[in-house]
Write a new protein. Structure first.
Length: 232
């Protein structure tokens, strides 16, 4: 649930921007790209944003385009979304689902059930499109890791209330994530892949651990998962 009296920006599933009164505003194209980038990265220099969103333009033209975009955002939001001078960020009062689900102890019901910027493509922004695909992969893996951690903690706790219902919720989400892993075509295997390794510099979690905790109806012989390493 989105908190009341705040701007809310959801980037999982089809993205949506809501005013504090609940009204959804149109947010697409470069404006969507800007807000999504800041939601995930936290902050970014103007020079980086200008080069990312107007790669064919000079630095001066790109910065000027960014100024015009920021004016559009400020006009639409009454200057309540973005802050900063040379380095830009979303204002603290803006709630985003990507940050709300970033904690290591995120409960199963708050783990994202959909893909980052689902159904959105940025074909004319090659570098930004690459970044979107990388984030989809990374955030999917983060969700799986959160579910695994939660299941391990739940299994170790003998006195948790509503444990059966909680396990069921975790199982359902984990099955959904397994389906996405199978269908994504973006599995990271035990091969050298410098860009992905540098972007996800965390511990590795292999499929044996996933299988040990997976729902009973998961086919552990699934060739799509055999020998795969998820970079967490």
């Amino acid at each position: 649930m989105r908190p009341g009296q705040r701007w809310t920006f959801q980037v999982f599933s089809p993205p949506a921007l809501h005013r504090p009164d609940g009204q959804q505003l149109r947010c697409e194209g470069t404006m969507l790209a800007l807000l999504a980038y800041l939601a995930v990265e936290g902050s970014a220099p103007r020079a980086r944003l200008a080069a990312l969103f107007w790669p064919a333009s000079s630095d001066r033209v790109g910065r000027n385009n960014l100024v015009h975009l920021l004016r559009r955002v400020a006009s639409m939001s009454r200057d309540e979304l973005v802050q900063g001078k040379e380095t830009l960020a979303l204002k603290p009062a803006v709630w985003t689902d990507v940050q709300a689900s970033s904690a290591g102890d995120t409960p199963p019901e708050l783990v994202p059930k959909c893909t980052f910027l689902e159904g959105v493509a940025f074909d004319e922004l090659a570098e930004f499109e690459d970044w979107v695909h990388l984030q989809r992969e990374r955030l999917l893996q983060r969700s799986v890791r959160q579910l695994i951690n939660w299941r391990e903690q739940a299994a170790a706790s003998s006195g948790r209330r509503n444990e059966k219902a909680a396990f069921s919720a975790a199982d359902n989400l984990m099955m959904a994530q397994y389906a996405r892993i199978r269908n994504s075509g973006r599995l990271l295997r035990r091969i050298e892949r410098p860009s992905s390794r540098s972007a996800c510099p965390h511990a590795r979690v292999d499929v044996a651990r996933l299988h040990r905790l997976a729902p009973k109806n998961l086919d552990r012989r699934d060739e799509h998962l055999r020998g795969v390493t998820l970079l967490m």
